[in-house]
Ligand binder design. Structure first.
Ligand code: UD1
Ligand code: BG6
Length: 371
């Protein structure tokens, strides 16, 4: 049931304040004034010790689910104290890459049925790793075959392009980072800031959803373009990949997410006054590096659309003309949850304006159960 919406993708983008609330329900604990703030993942509580003792945590997934794990990687590295690596399921299988008994392998899949991810799970089980699932579908094959896991509880997702599952996956993995990390005096302030940030996320998403009309106007400007680049780094490298994936899969426009740190090693050659480039430059430890990327793009007359934190519009555009998307600030590791929303909206409007099928893009399936 699409309710008041025209398409499922549109509905699923707009219901993210509610889906995130459901994802977090019962999992964040904020006691009275002197009680510590903490987290609870019922499905993992008996396995946290093993995860903490593992030699490595390896995230495995495909498409949007892979991007969600990539978005959560920095906070997992920071809080868990365990090395975190990433594998695209098909690539792990192609290489028959190393998975050991001492590894924790985390399988991220909205449907819980993706063949590549499932085969990678069977491979990791054979190799003796602890296998953890992060799925949206209770009773799915990945949920059943993993040793333990977390349901993201985002509600049924129908649009082929994943939107609300992506933001719920990141939130679950941030909670996972808090759960693995445990309380220490030295990280208490950081943990509390993240938990407060999680509580506040639905409101921040409501804020950013108000950019709907602005994203529609931007889509009108981009409707006839051949290509769109999205530059990100740090916490928002994944946002660049995911934003580009949305544009590619539904709007059927070539789009590439680019790690901004790699700009001068190739992508800079593409920059001219015609190619539209989205640069994600919200406030975090990489902000000044992104400002210098923007300066370099301005110097080459790049056609820029800069996503920045509220109040930063003038400073990010000081070196030349650009369009700005201003978003609310949240704790740095949660910023990808906010930042992806305008890009979801942009992809949605571009698709409708270009006259393509939003909910069922050509050649794609919601759940790819063959290899
Ligand atoms: C569970 C209940 C929830 C209830 C809550 C109350 C289910 C599905 N969930 O939620 O309805 O409100 O307790 O305490 O009944 N699992 C995997 N692989 C996966 C995902 C999950 O093995 O990919 C396992 C978990 O380890 C766990 C079980 O499935 O044993 C349920 O996981 P989850 O729904 O995340 O647990 P709770 O949040 O505790
Ligand atoms: C398909 C979908 O390719 O599978 C994507 O079209 C999705 O939207 C990918 O990200 C992975 O799916 P899942 O269910 O394993 O998260």
């Amino acid at each position: 049931n699409k309710g008041k919406y025209e398409h499922y993708m549109q509905k699923e983008i707009h219901e993210q304040p509610e889906s995130l609330t459901t994802t977090m329900r019962g999992r964040l604990i904020r006691g009275g004034s002197c009680k510590a703030k903490t987290v609870l993942l019922g499905g993992l509580k008996d396995h946290l010790k093993t995860i903490r003792r593992s030699r490595r945590i390896v995230f495995i997934g495909c498409g949007t689910s892979y991007n969600a794990a990539l978005a959560a990687r920095p906070i997992l590295e920071e809080l868990s104290g365990v090395p975190v690596t990433m594998e695209i399921a098909s690539d792990l299988l192609d290489r028959q890459g190393p998975i050991y008994r001492e590894d924790t392998a985390v399988f991220v899949s909205q449907s819980g049925e993706t063949a590549d991810t499932l085969h990678a799970l069977e491979y990791a089980l054979e190799n003796g790793a602890l296998c953890v699932g992060i799925t949206n579908t209770v009773g799915s094959v990945i949920a059943r075959k993993t040793h333990c896991g977390v349901h993201i509880n985002a509600g049924c997702e129908i649009g082929v392009a994943s939107t609300k599952a992506y933001t719920s996956q990141i939130v679950v993995m941030a909670i996972l980072a808090l759960a693995i990390g445990g309380d220490t005096i030295s990280n208490q302030e950081r943990r509390e800031a993240i938990i407060d940030g999680l509580f506040d996320l639905p409101n921040k998403i409501r804020d950013v959803l108000k950019l709907d009309q602005e994203m529609k106007d931007l889509a009108k400007l981009l409707i006839a373009e051949q290509s769109l680049l999205v530059f990100g780094r740090g916490y928002n490298y994944a946002t660049a990949l995911e934003g580009a994936l949305k544009v590619k899969e539904v709007a059927l426009m070539h789009s590439e997410g680019i790690l901004a740190g790699e700009m001068k090693h190739g992508p800079l050659a593409l920059v001219d006054e015609n190619l539209p480039i989205v640069v994600i430059a919200t406030r975090d430890a990489c902000f000044s590096k992104q400002q210098s990327v923007i300066q370099q793009l301005h110097a080459r007359k790049g056609r820029l659309i800069v996503m920045c934190s509220k109040g930063d519009a003038a400073s990010v555009c000081s070196g030349g003309a650009c369009r700005v998307i201003e978003v609310s600030y949240v704790e740095d590791c949660l910023q990808p949850v906010v930042n992806v929303v305008p890009l979801q909206l942009l992809a949605y409007h571009l698709t409708v304006l270009r006259g393509y099928n939003v909910d069922q893009p050509r050649n794609l399936a919601k759940s790819v159960t063959t290899q």
